[in-house]
Design a protein around this ligand. Structure first.
Ligand code: FES
Length: 126
């Protein structure tokens, strides 16, 4: 990013932090952020998602990833990795996605728009 880092952008990891894994959870500024490498069919990029399911607020890390979708390990809600959209219940609200950029080995995330701590409108939806 050089010297002109836009407001809100923060380096939270490096590509080396992944090791051989495709997924990394980073705790930063009170947030849990799930970094996930997409496969070649999804432009071989990197996504940064709030690691909090919009159903009942459980962590998504550890959920299976199939065909560009992540499945919450708790009650099975399914989200599109690229858009964060809830594809099947019990969650109905999308995951918060952080803009992410890779500059050399550095992984930068725009934290200027923070997710709701817990989406109250999803409480009780099963
Ligand atoms: S907490 Fe994720 S589906 Fe219930």
């Amino acid at each position: 990013m050089g010297d002109d880092v836009p407001p809100g952008w923060t380096q939270i990891a490096t590509l080396a932090d992944f090791g051989t894994a495709r997924q990394l959870v980073v705790a930063y500024g009170g947030l849990s952020i799930l970094l996930r490498k997409l496969n070649a069919g999804l432009n071989d990029g990197l996504v940064a998602l709030h690691n909090v399911c919009t159903h009942l607020g459980q962590p998504l890390a550890g959920g299976r990833v199939i065909a560009g979708q992540i499945i919450c390990p708790f009650h099975g809600a399914c989200f599109d990795l690229r858009t964060g959209a809830a594809l099947s219940g019990p969650a109905v609200l999308p995951l918060h996605r952080f803009p992410v950029r890779v500059d050399g080995d550095a992984v930068w995330v725009d934290l200027s728009k923070r997710p709701s701590v817990f989406p109250a409108t999803s409480i009780g939806q099963t």
